[in-house]
Design a protein around this ligand. Structure first.
Ligand code: COA
Length: 222
């Protein structure tokens, strides 16, 4: 069971938030959040269903976190443990997360892998996504894992794809010449890009590319 209480600031106004493990009673709200956070052209069949959510709490409840403000859920983040090695270089979201059903969860693995993160549009830019990410870093440390990993969508890439390759786009975001809604967020959360993965996820805005991004535990040298 994970529970953290904190305040974020909406301009100068403190807003109380709770980050906690989600349970069955939260499923309807979690599905609602997904619909709001991944609008078309994102494929609706990739949004959570109750069977997937049940697996998250059954197989690895510590990696099933939601964000609550005024008794309403406004965000969530889900992870599983994998035994990460070089063979995973060109994995897909579908393979590594078992299409979101996380039956690939390996309690003896070395890395926490992020299945998804989302914050409701009207609650963005308050620092809530970052607190969710930091909560997952807490779990990496508590479980003595080596790292947190995940494929970051790059939804700004489609617009720039006539001008540059996905690698050049990622470099431009890292240099600060371009801001990407997801990759810039991940950089600001302390995640470091490893490489581009083609055909990661059906995601029109990113032209199916993702940037594999890591946070290494400062306590475990791998
Ligand atoms: C990505 C997402 C979770 C960010 O949530 P959030 O609560 O708005 O993020 P935060 O307020 O914690 O932002 C943390 C940092 O990232 C920056 N950031 C957040 N969104 C950003 C954006 N769209 N562009 C540039 N920077 C951004 C913030 O400025 C902040 O920087 P700081 O810590 O230096 O002040 C949210 O935009 C979202 O749900 N997007 C849709 C779902 C999605 O694509 N998820 C990613 C799946 S891989």
């Amino acid at each position: 069971m994970f529970k953290k209480e904190l305040y974020v600031f909406d301009k100068d106004k403190p807003v109380k938030a709770i980050i906690r493990t989600y349970s069955q009673e939260d499923f309807d709200q979690l599905i609602h959040i997904q619909k709001k956070c991944f609008p078309p052209p994102f494929p609706s069949e990739l949004l959570w269903n109750k069977e997937q959510l049940n697996n998250h709490i059954k197989l690895f409840s510590e990696g099933a976190l939601c964000l609550e403000i005024d008794d309403q859920l406004v965000g969530s983040m889900t992870g599983l443990i994998i035994n990460y090695n070089k063979e995973h270089k060109h994995h897909t979201w579908e393979d590594i997360t078992d299409n979101g059903y996380i039956r690939t969860h390996d309690p003896n693995g070395n890395s926490l892998y992020i299945v998804d993160i989302s914050v409701m549009p009207e609650f963005r830019k308050l620092g809530l996504g970052k607190w969710l990410m930091f909560s997952m870093y807490n779990i990496v440390v508590e479980k003595k894992l080596e790292r947190l990993l995940g494929g970051g969508r790059m939804p700004g890439y489609k617009e720039k794809s006539n001008e540059m390759s996905p690698e050049q786009y990622l470099n431009a975001v890292v240099k600060g010449n371009i801001k990407d809604p997801v990759i810039t967020f991940l950089l600001r959360c302390g995640r470091v890009p490893l490489h581009i993965i083609p055909n990661y996820l059906e995601d029109e805005d990113s032209l199916n590319y993702a940037a594999l991004m890591e946070w290494k535990s400062p306590f475990v040298q791998s």
